[in-house]
Design a protein around this ligand. Structure first.
Ligand code: TEU
Ligand code: CA
Length: 540
């Protein structure tokens, strides 16, 4: 396994709108992030992934970009971002930014010119005279009529997010220029948004019938994807000491290995979605009861299939996902399940990603009133569900559990009325649990989740086996305990996690030393509710 800094580092994701507001307009911003660098440093993280801060009409809160080489006024200025890079590098934290190039905003100059069929921009997007039947992630239909051009355009996401035509070499040159622009400013890499959707079958044939995303066979990990990524790598990425993580939807380990095999020079790692579907049926809105096996099976599969070839990302949360305690843990055992989940995921092979607030065990906002929600996906799915005949109550139940706004509320810095986030009116309501769950109270508690995260990060630096070691399941079919072994030539670790709220019989491993534990006391012969232990043994 080749050694790389981005394999050894721990990434912390910032969703800037809700991290820290420095000027009291109610919106988090770049100067706010700079204020919190000491906090990030004390956690021990090495890399920050910053969700989009570029100019945008904010229909999808920054994932709809109207100028890739400028910063949204509400987030700050180019000088602020330069300062952020400098201040982070001073304390040896690297910065990766979001590269959203499957689509632009409909307010981007390219789209405006494409609508008017201006010169080379005419074919910058996907246009058709007839409506194609593809489905969209955020709307019922992915092709929408444009009155000015008198043609349909493709948007796999919201109407304001038209898809770029990657078959056009001018588009690819423009994307390279964006990447170069930011790498030249000193950033250390990119998280590449829905990158396995960029290549399409440009004949745009109708899709075969499907409940969700009709037509996906014409753009999901299309063969040209590899060609385009290799080209970006050859012409830009390979010239810098940077790393790339691709967000890849509906991806399997075979494609992931193609994308991340170092020999092929495409990406360095990918986000897959299998394990976070442990409480859903294909589509996140068809919620089902969580069962441990549905988490264990995909995680184990990805560990085994990528070992020695590609490279995994390790995550349970991000700005698109509800909080993991609500999904896979227990609100009654918040400390125990938060720390157990962190142990379970971050001791696997791959690069850890922590999402803001996860390190203090934040739980879902769970707003009861539809009016409180701001997310385009949530609001659209409500309308769609109602049109399909689902009751208001049924739709709200789904939204309260799955909405992206669950994890997009202002970071809870303290238990005051404004959470230490702003003195103004926040752009979205505070998480109703802010009084009990916040950085201040967590750090004062003897059961601090933050301190447990610090511990994990420290151990990762001491024991290379955590980063590069092999993975083996232990007692794979156990439906209550998730246990696995990590090993290399010199060291063995055994990780054991109780996923229930009961005592489960467990035989102590007397031959090993416990190096991490989320309970003060061992209970002889059993694991306590949501207990997690990491055992260590020197092999030679
Ligand atoms: O997400 C892509 C993606 O697959 C999501 O649409 C996902 O299915 C959904 O959010 C689950 O709730 C990326 C970004 O992470 C997301 O924030 C953007 O909205 C989306 O792309 C469009 O750019
Ligand atoms: Ca602000």
């Amino acid at each position: 396994m080749r050694k790389e800094w981005y394999k050894e580092g721990v990434v912390y994701q910032i969703w800037p709108r809700s991290f820290k507001d420095s000027n009291n307009d109610g919106i988090g911003d770049i100067p706010g992030i700079i204020e919190k660098i000491p906090y990030l440093k004390s956690l021990g993280i090495d890399i920050i992934w910053l969700s989009p801060v570029y100019k945008s009409p904010m229909e999808d809160f920054g994932y709809d970009i109207s100028d890739y080489k400028d910063i949204a006024t509400e987030f700050g200025t180019m000088d602020d971002i330069k300062r952020l890079i400098k201040e982070l590098h001073k304390v040896k934290i690297k910065l990766i930014m979001d590269l959203v190039v499957n689509h632009t905003s409909h307010e981007h100059e390219w789209f405006k010119k494409s609508v008017k069929r201006e010169g080379k921009y005419t074919d910058y997007y996907h246009w058709e005279d007839k409506k194609v039947n593809w489905g969209s992630f955020f709307e019922k239909e992915a092709w929408t009529y444009n009155e000015d051009r008198k043609q349909y355009y493709l948007h796999l996401f919201a109407k304001g997010q038209p898809d770029l035509n990657w078959d056009n070499p001018d588009v690819r040159e423009d994307v390279k220029s964006i990447i170069k622009f930011w790498l030249d400013l000193g950033i250390d890499g990119f998280r590449c948004d829905v990158i396995n959707l960029i290549a399409k079958n440009n004949a745009h044939p109708n899709g075969k019938s499907a409940l969700f995303l009709r037509g996906k066979e014409h753009y999901l990990s299309h063969p040209n994807l590899h060609k385009y990524l290799h080209e970006l790598n050859r012409d830009v990425f390979s010239k810098y000491d940077c790393f790339t993580v691709g967000e890849t939807v509906f991806v399997n380990p075979q494609v992931a290995n193609l994308l991340t095999n170092p020999e092929r020079k495409e990406l360095d790692m990918v986000f897959q979605f299998d394990h976070i579907a442990a409480d859903a049926r294909v589509v996140k809105w068809f919620i089902k009861k969580f069962k441990l096996m549905n988490l264990k099976k995909p995680l184990s599969k990805w560990q085994n299939k990528l070992n020695g070839k590609g490279w995994n990302t390790l995550y349970l949360e991000n700005h698109d996902q509800p909080r993991s305690i609500n999904r896979f843990g227990s609100l009654d055992y918040r400390y125990e399940s938060a720390t157990m989940l962190a142990t379970m995921i971050y001791f696997q092979q791959g690069t850890p990603f922590i999402y803001q607030g996860q390190e203090i065990g934040t739980i879902n906002a769970g707003f009861k009133d539809l009016k409180t929600y701001k997310d385009v996906e949530t609001l659209n799915i409500y309308d769609l569900g109602r049109k399909l005949g689902f009751s208001h109550k049924r739709m709200m139940k789904k939204i309260i559990y799955m909405s992206r706004d669950n994890s997009r509320t202002p970071m809870q810095w303290n238990g005051n009325k404004n959470c230490g986030f702003t003195d103004g009116k926040p752009w979205i309501d505070y998480n109703p649990h802010s009084k009990e769950i916040n950085v201040d109270s967590d750090q004062k508690s003897d059961k601090s989740i933050f301190k447990f995260y610090q511990e994990i990060i420290k151990l990762r630096k001491i024991h290379p086996v955590i980063v590069y070691g092999h993975y083996n399941d232990i007692d794979f079919h156990n439906k209550q305990i998730y246990s696995y072994r990590r090993y290399d030539k010199t060291t063995e670790l055994i990780i054991v996690c109780n996923f229930t709220d009961k005592d489960i019989p467990y035989e102590e491993r007397k031959t090993h030393q416990v190096i991490l534990h989320n309970y003060q006391e061992h209970k002889e012969g059993s694991l306590q509710p949501y207990e997690a232990r990491v055992y260590y043994k020197k092999l030679s």
